[in-house]
Design a protein around this ligand. Structure first.
Ligand code: FAD
Length: 450
């Protein structure tokens, strides 16, 4: 089997003493191209025991909504089926993680727990509690980044130009074909139960006003089909990706966010495709360097979602302009209902609410204007995070917290010319957008017709 090159780190070492291995699936919700599952299977085979996989619904993820859970559940249903065909049982554990995981481990005499990796605090805290409430060996595998986040760098990187050479140096070793998961030789026939997905979904206290989306289909199979089309869709990505009318982006972010496809698979296929060099380079820069930089920021900056996580120069300049008079001030509610004076901003907000995915270029404008029209940078950041996490199908992601910190707090950016409210944080305006693309057409396409 191909070496996993330090993708797995041991959080608690110890000898195997049990009757099964458990992969606690958190971020990488797929059966194929999943290094955490590959490692878990290797340990199970070495110890001649069944392999179990679980996903936990904690029930206290505030403000969860139907849009996100519909995408999540459909993807997980497919995982359950694929794993079943491989003689691996899948379990949905409902309730507090720190109780449900230890209970499962005890009941199934789990001898080694493997989990995947997310730099977000909510997952770090859950893992910490599971660690404290168990004694068995625990290992973590970065199945999301092409190069494990802890290997790329051991510190918070300053900007893309500081992480890029580190990634480029390691990439030839990591960006390879991924081994296939095998039919598991030992199955625990007693441990699996039918999961009543529809009933469970209905029982969760979800915000149903945020509706599921149907322009992109969830799950691993759909993600793979989507990838196969990208090999022609991305022609002219380099020149056209900043025009929100042209739909040139890959739309890979929902699949990445829900872990339904491995970024390594996408990068590997695109790198080996016949796409023009410039398009390939531009796309791989975004999906490797920028995406892995966002994970680096959230891993090493505990305040990734607060003002204190901004660069020092940005905090200083924003503090100096804290009391500047704003031309407009909107409450979070006015932003949410797209009731600003700016039709372009309202259109972007509508695109996010209705379609569930705002164009990447508009996300920058959208967040910067929230800074300009909020009473303080702190309120602006929290407003942007709340709206982003609620409506974007790819929300609650390191890319989101980092993108907002970039737009409002200059993270990974440099100081620009000083101006009111923004200080030296990079500014964007309506006329700049007008020069770049057909603003009128974008506004017309994103009217709220309800
Ligand atoms: C204010 C703001 C909020 C954002 N919120 C999110 C979010 O909640 N979730 C999210 O996944 N991305 C977020 N981004 C980053 C980026 O806008 C999206 O990843 C991108 O628009 C997703 O669409 P795509 O996959 O079609 O993009 P493509 O242009 O096709 O990019 C391919 C992939 O590259 C990565 N990528 C592209 N741009 C960036 C970037 N600026 N930073 C990090 N990775 C990038 C993503 O993984 C993306 O899926 C945000 C950016 C900003 C400025």
């Amino acid at each position: 089997m191909t070496s996993t090159l330090g993708r797995m780190r041991h959080l608690r070492e110890g000898s195997f003493n049990g009757k099964s291995v458990l992969y606690w699936m958190v971020r990488d919700k797929r059966a194929n191209d999943n290094w955490a599952l590959i490692e878990a299977q290797k340990i199970a085979i070495d110890n001649n025991v069944p392999l179990e996989v679980c996903f936990n619904i904690n029930n206290n993820y505030s403000e969860s909504n139907l849009r996100q859970y519909d995408f999540l559940f459909k993807g997980l249903q497919e995982v359950e089926k694929t794993l079943d065909d491989l003689d691996i049982n899948f379990h949905l554990l409902l309730g507090p993680t720190y109780i449900k995981l230890p209970e499962f481990i005890e009941k199934n005499k789990v001898g080694h727990l493997i989990t995947d990796f997310s730099p977000l605090k909510v997952y770090k805290n859950r893992l910490k509690k599971v660690f404290e409430n168990t004694q068995i060996p625990i290992s973590q595998v970065d199945a999301h980044n092409i190069i494990p986040a802890w290997i790329t760098s051991d510190k918070k990187e300053f900007a893309a130009y500081t992480i890029r050479p580190k990634i480029k140096k390691l990439l030839p070793e990591y960006l390879t074909e991924i081994p296939k998961i095998k039919k598991h030789p030992i199955k625990n026939k007693n441990s699996s139960k039918d999961i009543l997905w529809g009933k469970i979904l209905k029982s969760l206290d979800l915000d149903e006003s945020v509706k599921p989306i149907d322009w992109i289909k969830p799950g691993e199979i759909n993600a793979k089909t989507h990838l196969s089309k990208l090999k022609s869709h991305l022609i002219d990505y380099n020149l056209q990706r900043n025009d929100p009318n042209l739909k040139k982006l890959s739309n890979m972010s929902p699949y990445f966010h829900f872990g339904q496809i491995a970024p390594q698979r996408v990068a590997f296929e695109i790198k080996n495709s016949t796409l023009p060099f410039e398009d390939k380079e531009a796309f791989l820069e975004e999906m490797i360097v920028r995406r892995e930089l966002a994970d680096n920021f959230c891993l090493y900056e505990k305040n990734y979602d607060f003002f204190d996580g901004f660069h020092f120069w940005a905090q200083k300049t924003l503090n100096e302009h804290r009391n500047d008079e704003r031309d407009f001030i909107y409450s979070p509610g006015k932003f949410e209902s797209a009731e600003t004076h700016d039709e372009l901003w309202n259109a972007a907000q509508n695109e996010m609410i209705i379609r569930g995915k705002m164009h990447g270029f508009m996300r920058m404008y959208w967040a910067k204007k929230i800074l300009e029209w909020s009473p303080s940078p702190e309120i602006a950041q929290q407003t942007a995070i709340e709206l982003n996490d609620k409506y974007q199908i790819d929300g609650r992601d390191p890319n989101g917290y980092t993108g907002i910190a970039w737009s409002i707090g200059g993270v990974h950016d440099r100081a620009w010319f000083e101006r009111p409210v923004y200080g030296k944080v990079r500014y964007m305006n309506f006329n700049g957008c007008k020069r770049k693309f057909n603003v009128k057409s974008y506004i017309e396409k994103n009217q709220n017709k309800s």
